[in-house]
Structures are given as structure tokens and as C-alpha cells.
Design a protein around this ligand. Structure first.
Ligand code: SF4
Length: 694
């Protein structure tokens, strides 16, 4: 619903959709949003926006929102609406009882990349300081956890290296496993502008993405690889650079360990990494691999941007490290126009990772076994803390099925829809004695919940989001919480019902605690953010106004680290029953599982999910454009409509995943990244056949 009327005042805030982090001026009439206008002084968007941030905020006042807490003893029972006091003490009693019966480690939390930094900080603090374990994980587990592992291993910090402004200086952008036009539209327009000025683009992706169709794409190149072969192709590109001596020896000698590079070069020169060999595995013609390698190495400033098509693989972390290797060997780090830049999917996925949501790391990526870090938090929180890494989300499900994990507090994530192997997740949730869902809507996970705590939208609270370029943006309350409380207050109520004694009166006090305990945030305060608009971490005594570009004079870890990136084929194989490879992605008007965008007029643009299929594969199956098809894998089956297109190669199909009736994750496997357990959503062997619909 678009509100009308003359605005009375304007509040500056931040879009709650993707990791670009656009600033908006909310034009208000009383407590009603009249319009959202992209801020001209927003440092990430400079007056631009897409149709999600500009128009898709009406979900905040949608009739589907649940505004009163609800409880029930068994998931078979109907919900009982209760007051906040009763709901919170019911939840606290259940969690306390579970810990008394099954032990300290039998409960845990899942934080949300949709919520603010301050809210996320409190949820992980609840696990560590109140439950007394490190069973905290985040929905970043299923998207960018390999970025954290890969960039920390190679560069020393779990974040993208450059600001978005940097794209204005790039001469060549290598885009792998990302579709900026749909996923990060404002960044895509900045990239297009640079392309109009002559920058080249190389796309490594199974699907021909929109940016390649731009009229000014004279310098564009597409490497259409088979899903699952990223590491093989990137290592072949590095092979060509090594074999032809195109690497930046001066940079490597100055910033990395030359002997280590020499060993890496010997690894690369093995004939199994040659383009002709990799063509057999990946399907990418050898001469395209060679051209891509020469172009990236020759660009004065070459940048790399990547998305979930890199991370959501069994070799997700290896792929991130292969990307980092390429940037280091060509000296493409530390200058404007270069760098390794993950395009983060959710508005605060960077922030939720920064805030210590992972079971092995405190805020600022410090390991739970580090005694010095533990001492800092024990002093700040006044309780002893565990040095034992906790459970990741998939391990929570496994432990639940083994009877060891019985209580879960899940804030702002629909794990049933968004995690892989839906049946496994539903069995695990069914086996728990207390599932607390804290969300705006009764989502699919809530079917397995005993407590429903109504959440507040981004329009109803103060706080901060951190975007893909490490920029900490202010989120400002434009209306009072419809449910009575902002999310950080609800977590505080639960913690205090469990005896915590927290007394935060405003999120700025939570940020002060973050700054006091986290070196990379030491200089951050609401005063600074109000004054500067936003800052990029690290922000501390060394960089009082933040750090747009990292690793300028040296890597955070000291010397850059080259990792030998051996290609290991995924366990997921095609065969006679499942001859096609499925990959998935987003569309411009919709967002993830669609909980928000489906409740706005944006749903008119994309009312149902589609399966893209090549004309030859469609013809073999007797399919016409728009037909219902069954998509079946070894894990399960679903139905959606076919869209016949040459964007995908023969043998590859591509599905969107925004609508619950599709439940695309019923077909995905339980394969995951070897280092981080990030699910392999981007490679599933499937069969497609005609169907009569769902
Ligand atoms: Fe900007 Fe992303 Fe929001 Fe679109 S969805 S307005 S690109 S932050």
C-alpha cells in the first residue's frame, strides 16, 4: 500500500534488504511512511536505490504481522495469545528446565543477518553469558561463512577489502558467482557506469547474467562453467598467469612470502591445472580461460566481485582462497580499483558475522579459545565463559536428532525454508522441547515452535547495519514498535528472566559495549555515526574515521598467504536418473524466501518461481514456455513453471526460490563446504519432467 499525504518530517535510515546498504530518507506523516527517498548523501548509494528499498517496505504494517506473543505446550496444540510477561517467563522456564535436565550445552541461539548489530550482539551474548555455552550461529552459515574462512586464512580478516567507490577506478571487474543486476542493483549501476567509461568485465558463471547484455559491453567475456567447477577454472587462470610469467613479482616479494609463492607456482604449473585439462571438467573452452587470465593480469587495476555462486559449494572456502590467490599474484590489493569484494546478500550479513555470531568466535573474529579475549568479555560481562567452540546450525540439528540439543531461540530466520534438506530440519525441530521463534510473521519454522515472540521491523527501532564494504550505517526508528518492543528489548527481557540483570536503555549503550570490547570497533559510537553519516571498520585510534580500503601497506595477517587450491569434485553427480545440474538465484523484485517482498506490491513483478531450462533440454522433454514442470532430485521434488532460455547451457537448469509453495530446498542435498558447513545450494543433480502443477 502506498501511503499518500504531505510529509511532516524526514528520518534518515538504511534499507533492510541487501548488502549494498542504501541510505534512505523516510518521509513521514506522524507514524506513517509517505515515501522512501534514496539519500543523496548516502555513501553507499549516493541518491540511487532499487525497487526493493524504494517500494517494498509496506510489509512492516502488513495485516499478516503477528503483534502479540503466543505460547503452546506441544506443537500439535493451537497457539494461545498471551501477554509479554507470560510469554517471556514461559520461554525462560522451558530453557532453564531443559538445561537442568539435559545439561548446559542442550540449548542454543541462531542470530539473524536481518537484525541490527546491537540485536545480534545481544543474542550471542545471551548464549555465552546466560546459557553458558558457545552454541550461537547465524544465517550467514548458509551464505557467506566461506568468505570468513577464506579471507581470514589468506589476508587475515573476514571481510571484503574495498569500498564501493573503488569500482569507479577499476579497469577490469571479474565477477564470479554473482548477478549484481538482480542481487545488488545499486552496485550494478555503478559498475555499468564504469563499463560505459571503458572498463572490461569477465563473468564466470553457469548462467549468462544481465550485465553481459548491456549495450556498452564491448569488453565483456563470459566463462560459462559447469556448476561445481569454480576451483578448477580459477586455478587454471592462475596456471596461465604463472606459466606466462604474468604475475606481479615486486608485489609478491614485498607483501607475501616469495618461497611460499614459489611452491604455489610449482603447484599451479602441474599439467592437471592447464586450461586444456580444465576444459574437460568445466566445459569452459581453454582459449577463453587463457584470454581471461591475460586480461586480468594485464589490467592496471583489476577487481574481483563475487557472490553465493562462490560460497555455496562443497569447495566454497577453497574458491574464496583461489580468488584471493589471484588478487595477490597480480598485485591487485590495497589500491582503488582492485581488491576482493564479496557481494553480501543480506543487509547485515557482514555485521552479524562481525558481532560474534559464530560458535568459535567472539565479536571481531577472535577465537573462543583465546584466553586474552575471554578475559575481556569475562570482565565486561561479569561471568565465567566457556572456551569450548559451540555447535554450528547443522550440528545443532544433528545433536537434536541424537537427543542432545533440546532448546533453540531463533531470531529473524526461517530455518525451515532457508536451510538445506527441509525434511532433516523439520525432524530436528520436532525433536526439541522448546523452539522460540522471534519474527515478524508466523513463518514455516513457527509450525515447530512452542513460543512465538513478535519481532519489530527496521522502521521501528534504532541500531546499525554493516554493509558489504564494512560500512556501519545508522538505522533509525521512524515509528513505534507495533508489537510493543524493539527486538533488542525482547532479547533483554528473555535474558533478564533467566537472571542476567541487563539494563540497556538504548542501542547506543550496546554499541558502546561493542566498541569497548572489540578492537576493530573501538572508535565507533552513535555520536560519530550521526556526525559522519557512516564509517567503515576498522575504526579505532589508528583510523578514527574508518578504513575504506584494507591491506594498503600490509596484510592484516602480516604476509599474504597463498593456499594450494586443489580441485575436488563435488559428491553430487549427474546420471541417467538425474541428468541435469540445478543452480539457484534471486530476481530483482524479490528477496530470499520472500517473507517481506511477497507482502508488498513487488510480488506483482514475480508472482511465482520459475525454472530456466535450455531450449534443447526443454524440447527433449516436450516442454513449452510456461508449462508446469516437476523438478526432482535424490532428496525430493517440487513443481514450478518452466522458462525456456539460452541463458543457461544445455545440461544446466536454474531456479528462483522466493515462494514457499516452491520450497526449492526440498531438492537440495546435504553436501556442504568442507571448512564451514555452508550448504552446497548451487549444485544439485536433477531431472525435469512435465507436470500438472503443484
Ligand atoms: Fe539498495 Fe540493496 Fe536496498 Fe536495493 S535492496 S535499495 S540495492 S540496499
Amino acid at each position: 500500500v502506498i501511503q499518500t499525504g504531505t510529509p511532516e518530517h524526514v528520518v534518515k535510515t538504511t534499507c533492510a534488504y541487501c548488502g549494498v546498504g542504501c541510505s534512505f530518507d523516510a518521509h513521514m506523516r506522524g507514524e506513517t511512511v509517505v515515501k522512501m527517498v534514496p539519500s543523496k548523501d548516502g555513501k553507499a548509494n549516493r541518491g540511487h536505490s532499487c525497487i526493493k528499498g524504494r517500494f517494498a517496505w509496506g510489509y512492516a504494517t502488513h495485516a499478516d504481522r503477528v503483534l502479540n506473543p503466543m505460547i503452546r505446550d506441544r506443537i500439535e496444540d493451537p497457539w494461545r495469545e498471551v501477554g509479554w510477561d507470560e510469554a517471556i517467563s514461559f520461554a525462560a522456564d522451558k530453557m532453564r528446565g531443559i538445561q537442568a535436565k539435559y545439561g548446559r550445552d542442550s540449548v542454543g541461539v541462531i542470530t539473524s543477518s536481518r537484525c541490527t548489530n546491537e540485536e545480534t550482539f545481544l543474542v550471542q551474548k545471551l548464549a555465552r553469558a546466560v546459557f553458558g555455552n558457545n552454541n550461537t550461529d547465524t544465517c550467514a552459515r548458509v551464505c557467506h561463512s566461506p568468505t570468513g574462512y577464506g579471507l581470514r586464512t589468506t589476508f587475515g580478516t573476514s571481510a571484503g577489502t574495498h569500498d564501493f567507490d573503488s569500482v569507479e577506478h577499476t579497469d577490469l571487474a571479474l565477477i564470479i558467482g554473482a548477478n549484481p543486476t538482480d542481487g545488488h542493483p545499486v552496485f550494478a549501476s555503478r559498475l555499468r557506469r564504469r563499463m560505459r567509461q571503458g572498463a572490461k568485465v569477465i563473468v564466470i558463471d553457469p548462467r549468462r547474467i544481465d550485465i553481459l547484455e548491456s549495450p556498452h559491453m564491448a569488453g565483456g567475456m563470459h566463462l560459462p562453467l559447469r556448476p561445481g567447477t569454480n576451483v578448477a577454472v580459477l586455478t587454471a587462470i592462475a596456471h596461465v598467469i604463472a606459466a606466462e610469467g604474468l604475475y606481479d613479482e615486486a608485489f609478491i616479494r614485498a607483501r607475501c612470502d616469495w618461497d611460499e609463492f614459489a611452491a604455489y607456482r610449482a603447484f599451479l604449473l602441474d599439467p592437471r591445472h592447464a586450461p586444456e585439462e580444465v576444459e574437460k571438467t568445466s566445459g569452459v573452452p581453454a582459449d577463453l580461460i587463457r584470454q581471461a587470465a591475460r586480461q586480468y593480469a594485464a589490467a592496471p587495476n583489476g577487481s574481483i566481485y563475487y557472490g553465493l555462486g562462490v560460497t555455496e559449494h562443497s569447495q566454497g572456502s577453497t574458491t574464496v582462497m583461489a580468488i584471493a590467490n589471484l588478487a595477490m599474484m597480480c598485485g591487485n590489493i590495497g589500491r582503488p580499483g582492485t581488491g576482493v569484494n564479496p557481494l553480501r546478500g543480506q543487509n547485515n550479513v557482514q555485521g552479524s558475522c562481525d558481532m560474534g555470531s559464530f560458535p568459535h568466535e567472539y565479536p571481531g573474529y577472535r577465537h573462543v579459545t583465546d584466553p586474552e579475549t575471554r578475559r575481556i568479555y569475562e570482565a565486561a560481562w561479569g561471568v565465567p565463559l566457556s572456551d569450548e567452540p559451540g555447535l554450528r546450525i547443522p550440528n545443532m540439528f544433528d545433536a537434536a536428532l541424537q537427543g542432545r540439543f533440546k532448546g533453540l531461540y531463533c531470531q529473524g530466520e526461517d530455518i525451515l525454508q532457508s536451510d538445506p534438506d527441509t525434511r532433516h530440519v523439520s525432524k530436528a525441530l520436532s525433536s526439541m522441547e522448546c523452539v522460540i521463534v522471534h519474527d515478524l510473521f508466523l513463518n514455516e519454522t513457527a509450525n515447530y515452535a512452542h513460543v512465538f515472540l513478535p519481532g519489530s521491523s527496521f522502521l521501528e527501532k534504532d541500531g546499525t547495519f554493516t554493509n558489504a564494504e564494512r560500512r556501519i550505517n545508522m538505522v533509525r526508528r521512524v515509528m513505534s514498535p507495533k508489537n510493543g518492543y524493539a527486538d533488542w528489548e525482547i532479547t533483554q527481557l528473555l535474558a533478564n528472566a533467566l537472571g542476567a540483570g541487563w539494563d540497556y536503555t538504548h542501542p547506543s549503550e550496546i554499541m558502546d559495549e561493542i566498541a569497548m570490547t572489540t578492537p576493530s570497533f573501538a572508535g565507533v559510537s552513535y555520536d560519530l555515526l550521526d556526525r559522519e553519516g557512516s564509517v567503515q571498520w576498522p575504526c579505532n585510534a589508528k583510523a578514527p574515521l574508518g578504513t575504506p580500503i584494507m591491506h594498503v601497506d600490509g596484510f592484516v595477517r602480516g604476509k599474504g598467504h597463498f593456499v594450494h587450491t586443489e580441485y575436488v569434485a563435488t559428491d553430487e553427480r549427474t546420471g541417467p536418473r538425474y541428468p541435469l545440474l540445478l543452480t539457484t538465484g534471486r530476481i530483482l523484485s524479490q528477496y530470499n524466501v520472500g517473507a517481506q517482498t511477497r507482502r508488498t506490491a513487488n510480488s506483482l513483478w514475480h508472482p511465482e518461481d520459475v525454472l530456466e531450462i535450455h531450449p534443447s533440454d526443454a524440447e527433449n522433454r516436450g516442454l513449452r514456455d510456461g508449462d508446469w514442470v516437476q523438478l526432482a532430485s535424490r532428496a525430493g521434488a517440487t513443481s514450478l513453471r518452466a522458462k525456456i532460455t539460452e541463458r543457461v547451457a544445455p545440461g544446466v537448469v536454474y531456479a528462483t526460490f522466493h515462494h514457499p509453495q516452491t520450497q526449492a530446498n526440498v531438492v537440495t542435498t546435504d553436501n556442504s563446504d568442507w571448512a564451514t558447513n555452508c550448504p552446497e545450494y548451487k549444485v544439485t543433480a536433477v531431472q525435469v519432467s512435465a507436470s500438472n502443477g503443484p
